[in-house]
Design a protein around this ligand. Structure first.
Ligand SMILES: CC(C)(COP(=O)(O)OP(=O)(O)OC[C@H]1O[C@@H](n2cnc3c(N)ncnc32)[C@H](O)[C@@H]1OP(=O)(O)O)[C@@H](O)C(=O)NCCC(=O)NCCS
Length: 168
């Protein structure tokens, strides 16, 4: 999956998505995206179900900084999903997470955001991508395993995943 960004792509249902980096003006759309998520989706991404608690941290999530690379997807002007790499420069590593709000799940957006984030990481010399997944999250396990992630059990039944860059 090729960069650069912004990028327009067609989803499996025929809709067009615009993929771009997060900007500081995205706070209202980001909150609307969280409001469109079910408790289950929030649990799988944030390991928390309470919308209110996540929205209380919205400003932090929407303040891009040098330690993060955040991609967002817009469909018909609404923010539908994001992929986030939190960089750990001293280890040439990054923690990955991805979210697609419920109305847009299942049409390829999560896979696409994942591919673009991994391509960005490979282009920026990141050797290890780390991820935490709840074991019942078969959808993300399928996506990540098919992209080279290996998983092992961590504390509290969380699965820890790791992908080494093709360069390593
Ligand atoms: C996980 C998530 C990001 C996936 O995004 P999405 O846009 O819904 O997923 P896609 O349509 O791109 O792809 C889904 C893939 O999972 C597969 N899948 C769906 N249900 C599955 C299941 N129960 N078991 C295994 N694979 C499954 C689909 O077949 C598809 O794979 P394919 O393209 O090889 O056919 C999204 O559902 C989401 O945000 N979930 C809640 C938050 C979350 O889990 N975040 C990840 C934590 S890091």
């Amino acid at each position: 999956m090729a960069l650069p960004l912004p990028k327009r792509v067609q989803l499996r249902d025929g809709q067009e998505a615009l993929i771009r980096t997060l900007s500081e003006n995205d706070l209202p759309s980001w909150c609307a995206m969280i409001n469109a998520c079910s408790e289950e989706t929030l649990w799988r991404r944030f390991e928390r179900r309470a919308k209110k608690a996540i929205l209380a941290e919205a400003l932090r999530f929407c303040s891009p900084n040098a330690q993060e690379f955040v991609l967002v997807a817009e469909v018909q002007g609404q923010m539908a999903g994001e992929a986030r790499l939190c960089l750990i420069p001293e280890a040439q590593a990054a923690e990955f997470c991805v979210l697609v709000a419920d109305p847009w799940q299942g049409v390829g957006l999560g896979s696409l955001l994942t591919d673009l984030a991994l391509a960005w990481a490979d282009e920026h010399g990141i050797n290890r991508i780390l991820v935490e997944v709840v074991p019942e999250n078969l959808r993300i396990l399928h996506i990540l395993r098919s992209r080279g992630f290996r998983f092992r059990e961590g504390a509290g039944q969380i699965l820890w995943g790791e992908r080494l860059s093709p360069r390593v």
